[in-house]
Design a protein around this ligand. Structure first.
Ligand SMILES: Nc1ncnc2c1ncn2[C@@H]1O[C@H](COP(=O)(O)OP(=O)(O)O)[C@@H](O)[C@H]1O
Ligand SMILES: [Mg+2]
Length: 491
């Protein structure tokens, strides 16, 4: 073997023959390894830290485990923040490095044999993650994984905190608590639960279950802005509106008196009617009025989280669970029950909730005919079915008024428009007004000012266009049916 040397000898990347300079490099490498090995022996391990903090009897102390679903991470952090502040200088947070390759681990592992203590998770930097703590982008810094040492003297608690960690396949938050006096560990766990509940960031908010690859337990709750709507934005026949509002808002407002009078508060309401008449719009209106009520929204996709949603609603009463387009799940098999269609899972969960829980289930559907058999076979889950019909003449007039906005609209031939729009949906009328404005803008090539005047003829043109056979598909997506059908259902 020979060494190549000399100034021209800068080795190219694919030259693997040994160089003189490699000798020095290797020497430095060996020394570095040696030094770092020698020093790790002196570095604290979790075992040494725990023994130092709780004494040698730590090996015999029982470990209390508390678990939470992933979406509670932010609340548990809120609870920990309170406890950390209380302990002030006597609180220590120690980060954990090198734990990923080991999968889930616990305090017992940290206290275990030398090999784990030397090569397993070791004290390292504290890592945090920002999690949403409110609508509008509020966040809270949350620990990912850490060992907390809380207190001094006679009152010492060590807590191993492991947040949900998708990368290592854990979808739950786990706390392992060990204390000098075992009863302390348990009461500490209870206290954290109380604090997490007290400072629950989801209370009174509008949240929806996000899809998660971890199924039910790993579900995420996302904050939604609470819509702001006024009574005038929702055009329904007065009787329908009053009925709906009484069941949802009326009961909520009078919950204390109703409960005292022994009346149950849990209620299930089904909004049904053709597409485009304002079921979703009504839901939004009700949410806007129920300020302070926790609202949990589920869609067909996330309905698998119904159990969690019920548990959130029960803990954060008064609450409302919204399941839109519930017909879409009528036939779907549930995640767990195997053969049970999701709809039955939903109905069972509705039934399972205490009667006096102040929880509203608000369901919507275009296909009450599909649901009717299921609901009829399990009576009592839905207390009230509210039919939202195609807008009558009076509602159509009000809808045109609402959606004309600031448009300067000539209303001389409005009566014919109202006649011709018999049987259309609210969203059809909204689109009609928008199109009339487009027609007007297009006609008026030289606008005098920045105003738009919609003449009766513009309105007619837009309506002709929408009713034209070429626009059958447009009508369909606006919910307008060309063929009159039997009315939806026989509720
Ligand atoms: N009753 C109504 N009053 C006012 N606007 C309505 C009404 N119904 C529908 N709209 C308008 O049409 C849009 C679509 O209606 P939507 O509530 O989604 O219908 P649905 O859920 O019944 O299919 C709404 O966003 C709203 O702008
Ligand atoms: Mg809808």
């Amino acid at each position: 073997m020979s060494f190549s040397a000399g100034p021209a000898a800068a080795p190219s990347a694919d030259d693997h023959s040994p160089q003189l300079s490699d000798v020095g490099r290797y020497g430095r490498y060996v020394i570095q390894r040696f030094v770092s090995k020698a020093r790790t022996v002196d570095q604290p391990t979790f075992r040494s830290l725990l023994v130092e903090y709780l004494g040698h009897e730590v090996h015999d102390l029982p470990i209390t485990v508390e678990q939470w679903p992933a979406y509670e991470h932010v609340n548990v952090q809120g609870a920990l923040d309170v406890v950390l502040t209380e302990h002030g200088d006597h609180a220590r947070i120690i980060g954990v490095a090198g734990h990923r390759h080991h999968g889930p681990f616990g305090i017992a592992d940290l206290l275990g044999d030398d090999r784990f203590a030397m090569h397993g998770p070791r004290p390292g930097n504290v890592t945090r993650i920002s999690l949403p703590s409110g609508p509008g982008g509020d966040t809270r810094e949350c620990l990912r994984v850490a060992l907390l040492l809380l207190g001094d003297g006679d009152d010492r608690i060590a807590v191993l905190f492991r947040g949900p960690d998708p990368e290592s396949g854990s979808s739950e938050l786990t706390l392992e608590i060990v204390a000098q006096h075992p009863a302390q560990a348990e009461s500490f766990g209870r206290r954290l639960r109380e604090l997490a509940l007290k400072h629950n960031v989801y209370r009174g908010q509008v949240v929806s279950f996000g899809r998660s690859m971890f199924g039910e337990r790993g579900s995420l709750l996302r904050f939604r802005e609470r819509p702001t709507m006024s009574r005038e934005d929702l055009i329904l026949p007065t009787a329908t509106f009053d009925d709906l509002r009484r069941q949802v808002v009326g009961v909520a407002r009078n919950s204390a008196r109703l409960r005292a009078a022994g009346q149950h508060l849990k209620r299930g309401i089904l909004l049904y009617g053709p597409p485009g008449v304002g079921k979703t719009h009504s839901v939004r209106y009700l949410i806007s009025e129920l300020v302070g009520t926790t609202v949990v929204e589920l869609t067909g996709e996330t309905l698998h989280g119904i159990r969690e949603a019920c548990s959130v609603a029960r803990t954060l009463q008064p609450a409302m669970i919204v399941v839109e387009d519930v017909d879409l799940i009528a036939e779907e098999r549930s995640h767990y029950g195997g053969e049970t269609p999701l709809l039955f899972t939903l109905l069972n969960e509705m039934d399972g909730l205490d009667e006096d829980a102040d929880v509203i289930f608000l369901l919507t559907t275009n296909r009450a005919d599909l649901l009717e058999p299921a609901l009829a076979s399990r009576p009592g889950r839905v207390d009230q079915a509210v039919h939202i019909e195609l807008p009558n003449r009076d509602s159509r007039r009000r809808l045109i008024e609402l959606y004309r906005g600031n448009l300067d609209l000539e209303t001389s031939r409005l009566d014919t428009v109202l006649d011709r729009t018999e049987g259309v949906t609210a969203s059809f009328l909204k689109e009609l007004l928008r199109r009339s404005a487009v027609v007007a803008a297009d006609r008026d090539k030289q606008p005098e000012a920045n105003t738009l005047v919609v003449t009766a003829a513009d309105l007619d043109t837009a309506l002709d266009d929408l009713l034209d056979t070429r626009n059958q598909m447009t009508r369909a997506v606006l919910g307008y049916r060309d063929e009159p059908m039997d009315d939806e259902a026989s509720f």
